[in-house]
Design a protein around this ligand. Structure first.
Ligand SMILES: [Zn+2]
Length: 460
């Protein structure tokens, strides 16, 4: 099959899928204004359904769920199930998957043979991602699961647009994601939420000049994409290098830094919907564009903040890990899956009126921090200097024995950046840090995902 044929075959089935997404959106938008009791009642029944299904269809989960009675289980009972980690999920793939006609070898064949994104004969989509943990993951999403995840990714934006006073005109969404298989980001975010909305996919891993020109040509009314790419576009707009007027911006796949959020506000003043997701769970939480933080998708995801032993902690207590249970994921159930991110719960009702609880903005993964002997230097110590210099548009920090080698794109005053970095890391115990700053034309992004790895710790 040629690439064009593969794309055409995929798009025919995907058109059916996207119509289902738009139909389901009505229900999903309403859920955002459900009262607490209704959210919890729904969540509990969805959990019981997932546990019963996983126990019946997955040998891996059957063993883990031996002490739990699915028909009467509540969220509190999850604490009796051991956490699930990435390596284990990938090593025991064939015991976890619940779909009879696919196994790990079959999923690998789909990835190796497909010319473009594709559906299996049983309407699964197979994705893969490396992730910052370094463990390659292979994932399957079922038909209904994708419908739910796409609604989770887009329902806050749909609700905000329906509430807004302005008459909707022709809408065009620029999608700045991986742009190609095997990463799930393009199918998940290249979604026209209203009939008549156009979408334009612009691969985020392309050289920035190309991305900039493609976005200028597209003249999007809506933007969705990697947080660092949208932040850089916003800085280009403020510098006069890009003239577009997006009315709504959605960011994902990377932590949204304060400096990128500020740059978007300054350039366009558009509401920002930040999304926290993973290929395993899909979408964990999304910002409503009004209040602080991100609303947890509580109807479809259960998040548990736990201590080092996997025991749940109270909302005000510090947690070391976040475990997620994806209620929509039946093909390959993730139950108490360790996401590797730390989250803080925000108290109080959001200004938007939704009773869905919120987490604070995700600051980034723990492995963004650099350890030097006994001292730990947080990524923010570097970000504070590099992310706020208007003459730096992109950067990458590679840890060294006694400091860091930094690559920057732009035209900064190198000696003063070095001095600022040395004094920024000193309070964390790193005296006399050895820091170099090199100016480069571009920083390589991950070849298939397009993500920029801003912080690279010393191996080991
Ligand atoms: Zn809100």
């Amino acid at each position: 099959m040629t690439l064009d044929d593969a794309r055409a075959a995929y798009e025919r089935l995907r058109a059916a899928h996207l119509s289902t997404v738009r139909a389901s959106m009505e229900d999903h938008v309403e859920r955002l204004d459900w009262p607490r009791e209704r959210i919890e009642r729904y969540q509990t029944e969805r959990l019981r359904s997932l546990l019963a299904f996983a126990r019946a269809r997955s040998p891996f989960h059957a063993a883990r769920l031996a002490d739990v009675e699915p028909t009467t289980a509540t969220v509190a009972d999850l604490a009796r199930i051991p956490p699930m980690v990435k390596q284990e999920a990938q090593d025991r793939w064939d015991e976890i998957v619940t779909v009879p006609d696919i196994d790990r070898a079959g999923a690998e064949r789909v990835l190796a043979d497909q010319r473009w994104f594709s559906y299996t004969p049983s309407d699964l989509q197979v994705f893969s991602s490396g992730g910052s943990s370094g463990v390659r993951g292979v994932y399957v999403w079922g038909w209904e699961q994708f419908v739910t995840l796409a609604c989770l990714a887009w329902r806050w934006q749909a609700r905000a647009e329906r509430r807004s006073e302005t008459e909707p005109g022709p809408a065009r969404l620029a999608v700045l994601e991986a742009g190609e298989p095997p990463h799930a980001s393009t199918p998940l975010f290249d979604v026209a939420t209203e009939a008549g909305m156009q979408t334009v996919v612009i691969p985020a891993a392309a050289p920035f000049e190309q991305v900039l020109h493609a976005v200028a040509r597209a003249q999007p009314t809506h933007l969705v994409g990697y947080a660092s790419v949208i932040g850089r576009l916003a800085r280009a707009a403020s510098a006069g290098d890009l003239t577009i007027r997006p009315v709504r911006v959605s960011t994902n796949s990377e932590p949204l830094s304060d400096e990128d959020r500020d740059a978007i506000a300054e350039a366009w003043g558009a509401p920002v919907h930040n999304l926290w997701g993973s290929t395993e769970i899909g979408v964990q939480a999304v910002g409503c564009g009004e209040g602080d933080g991100l609303h947890i998708c509580e109807d479809e995801v259960i998040l548990e903040r736990v201590d080092a032993d996997g025991r749940p902690v109270g909302p005000d207590e510090p947690a070391t890990r976040t475990l997620a249970t994806g209620l929509a994921g039946r093909a390959f159930p993730f139950i108490r899956y360790d996401l590797g991110d730390e989250v803080a719960i925000l108290s109080g009702r959001c200004a938007c009126g939704s009773a869905m609880r919120r987490v604070a903005d995700i600051a980034g993964r723990r492995d963004d921090d650099f350890r030097y002997g006994d001292c730990m230097v947080p990524a923010s110590a570097f970000r504070y200097v590099l992310g706020t210099d208007p003459r730096i548009s992109e950067y990458q920090v590679r840890q060294t024995e006694n400091g860091a080698d930094v690559l920057v794109v732009g035209s900064p005053d190198v000696p003063s950046v070095v001095a600022a970095l040395v004094s920024s890391v000193r309070p964390f115990g790193l005296d006399h840090a050895e820091i170099t700053v090199g100016v480069v034309d571009r920083i390589a992004r991950h070849a298939s995902t397009g993500k920029l790895r801003r912080f690279i710790p010393l191996a080991g």
